[in-house]
Design a protein around this ligand. Sequence first.
Ligand SMILES: *Cc1c(COP(=O)(O)O)cnc(C)c1O
Length: 476
Amino acid sequence: MLDPADWERLRALGHHAVDDAIAFWQGLEAAPAWTPMPDAVRARLQSSLDDPPTDAEANYALYREAMQPYHSGNVSPRFFGWVQGSGTPTGALAAFLAAVMNPNVGGRDHAAVEVERAVIRWSARAFGFPDDASGLLVTGTSVANLIAVLVARQRALGAAVRETGVDQSTAPLTGYASTATHGCVARAFEVAGLGRAALREIPVDDADRIDVAALDAALAADRAVGARPFLIVGNVGTVGTGAIDPLPALADLARREGLWFHIDGAFGALAALAPELKPLVAGIERADSLAFDFHKWMHVPYDAGMILIRDAALHRATFASEEAYLKRRERGLAAGMPWLTDFGLELSRGFRALPVWFTLREFGAVGIGAAIAENVALARRFGGWIADDPDFELVAPVTLNVICFRYRRPDLTPAAYDAFTDDVVVALQESGAGVISGTTVRGVRALRVCIVNQRATDAGMRALLETLRSLAAASP
Ligand SMILES: *Cc1c(COP(=O)(O)O)cnc(C)c1O
């Protein structure tokens, strides 16, 4: 048996761990945003098969000393690199509670399945999908996008594709997305057997939105050579600049052409929860499928993303297998149809829904929307500071929460400027004062501040800007 011999010792360790966790969260403001890991610390984490058993207290001590201080930065109030959520304390507690129950949520009749169904229903309503839309919690938008491509493929080729696979040698299926689309969409095409060349990259305008006229032309050109367009992918919040594609125009085009309309709304979709931002994502409710993450702008602890599909029957037909039905029952623990495994790739699935459920119940759509709106307002203020600052310049409009900007160094050649910008980004990270990332916007190397941070403050953003200024000024 692997349960503890001494439950009181476990109780003490558990209480101690909760107290330390609260101190960790309370100390984040004063702590470095990121701390590089010394080699000696890395070495302490290695284990050998021959190691004698180590008690949980000693393992916990190692966690406190050699792991927790070397977190990936996103919990910090001064983290603005990449699109990553901050997490929440109750989300962390819920992750623990999910593991206490330890259900396998692939199917059968138990509470965790009902909680996931509640989360799916909540999501459908949040984005204006019908109540009978289907959905599934997955690791993140990468997998959600893959599921959407597979369902769209099934619609285009019929159920036979599951038997025969895909033949792209004649009348190939072709999909369409802007050049600003996340790389996981092309990877979904690879994994779905279509090949990444089948995803046509459509140019964008000055604000990184797909050029609908160019898309229309690409569709016509492909049809003229016998290809079979089947899918348009729209973006709500591109990873580079937070751009939102013209959704109503894409929805109209998809309908006219008989194509599946999928939206990658990894972080941006949740802007629909903020009344002042909702108009920006108008048209999201017309998608055939929507991928988004709870671990980004809803700050649910990693990992939790969702795929929503308007046509539940098609979704199920894409993944369900007949022989599995034989094991299902009308009553007893093996009931609970339809099983969630029938909507995706995995049979064994964790209780991902619980941290999501705790988060959406605790804050509600209103509270989550307000936190998102506050990030966007902060991004716009930050954009305003940059626009008014003689040392800096914006290189892309601020649509949502991403600010791409440059430190003015007209004396540097383009290559030297790129190296200079990358150095400033790394110097900031290594200083512990904050985390931002570098990016390239229309061929120009830039600093990128991405605010997906429920702990961000005006004062912190001001301080970040001043640190960037002094690091840039000190750089040769
Ligand atoms: C983060 C992101 C993804 C990938 O999502 P994961 O949750 O990391 O799998 C896809 N698209 C966009 C726009 C993203 O921001």
